[in-house]
Design a protein around this ligand. Structure first.
Ligand code: MRU
Length: 337
């Protein structure tokens, strides 16, 4: 699904080369941390299909080159590196004599199972999240952490979809999410299609909506959780977390285990992707909305300290502060059925 065309057109890309998938990830045609992880996994399959030599040495070199190249496409969302690592586990476990066809079949099976697992993860997040919410609540969300950002259900929007199926009657406010408008283009599209009671607001209106008492919980997704519970998510999330604390509204972050990065000690070590200035100075590279030559800072993400997160909703349970021990447990715990 080419997310850059939404909400105007529902069009699908048919990508047959890893270069195309890399471009789609960089340009946000496919976006959302879990979805780019899955796209990266499939790109490794395509890389093996197009590798000219079939001997193991050539396949090894090609695999390593593409794994590094894809991992660099979006540096903040750790799900991408996580999914590429899962693919590498299976690739490196293969006997050196394995034929290229078998290599491709093995990697295809792993990509399929990552995709199926992600859909199951979404449903677990939906059930866990719904347990924190009450029928009729007002909910505020930022960016798009929905079904289209994952294999199915979404992360922060998963309980909203499940609540809709179960008649919870949530009233949802969606931040438009400058500069690329994932909230207005994607979340509003996705939730409107699902029949959810939705109100779109400018990012700057979130403070007064929270002050009005209409919102009982803020739900956001994330791109990486550090070992201490600090969270990277779409720029603007930190401001919402500060506001939520000020107005005593719970701030829930939805994090599949693939988003937890225990090798990053705190948020200070999370690389924050800086994107092109034109995303801020123009509306989709069309109409200019800033004078030519103005200095621009365009960090795509910000870091919310663990102290502002009321709970981390994972697919292996809900964590409350202090987070470090719980994060270790969910990552190293036994595999779920
Ligand atoms: O730059 P984007 O649109 O990929 O940013 C996405 C987000 O920040 C989402 O909140 C996050 O990836 C979680 S998606 C389930």
């Amino acid at each position: 699904l080419d997310q850059t065309q939404l909400p105007g057109a529902t069009s699908f890309l048919r990508l047959k080369k890893p270069e195309g998938v890399e471009r789609a990830i960089r340009s946000l045609q496919v976006r959302g941390a879990p979805a780019i992880g899955l796209a990266g996994a499939w790109a490794l399959v395509l890389a093996m299909v197009q590798e000219p030599g079939a001997d193991r040495q050539t396949l090894d070199t090609g695999f390593a080159r593409w794994k590094a190249r894809l991992a660099g496409a979006r540096p903040t969302a750790v799900n991408l590196a996580w999914a590429l690592d899962r693919m590498a586990e299976d690739f490196h476990a293969l006997d050196p004599q394995t034929s290229r066809d078998e290599v491709i079949a093995t990697l295809t099976r792993r990509a399929q199972s990552l995709q199926a697992d992600d859909a199951a993860v979404g449903l677990r997040l939906a059930e866990a999240g719904l347990g924190l919410l009450e029928p009729g609540w007002g909910l505020l969300t930022h960016c798009n952490a929905g079904a289209i950002a994952t294999a199915a259900w979404g992360t922060a929007l998963a309980p909203i979809h499940l609540g809709q199926d179960r008649g919870y009657g949530f009233r949802v406010w969606a931040d438009e999410t400058r500069p690329l408008l994932q909230g207005s283009r994607l979340t509003a599209w996705e939730l409107q299609k699902a029949g959810v009671d939705l109100t779109l607001i400018c990012d700057g209106a979130a403070a007064s909506i929270l002050a009005s008492g209409k919102v009982q919980a803020v739900l956001v997704g994330c791109d990486r959780v550090a070992a201490n519970g600090d969270v990277a998510n779409k720029v603007g999330t930190l401001g919402l977390a500060v506001l939520a604390r000020h107005f005593s509204v719970p701030f829930y972050v939805f994090a599949p285990v693939s988003t937890i990065d225990l090798s990053t000690p705190t948020g200070a070590q999370i690389p924050v992707e800086e994107r092109d200035a034109s995303e801020v100075t123009t509306l989709f590279s069309r109409a200019p909305v800033a004078p030519a030559g103005v200095r621009v800072s365009n960090p795509a993400f910000d870091i919310t300290p663990a102290s502002l997160v009321t709970a981390l909703v994972t697919d292996r349970g809900i964590l409350r502060p202090p987070y470090p021990a719980g994060l270790q447990e969910v990552v190293h715990g036994p595999a779920l059925p």
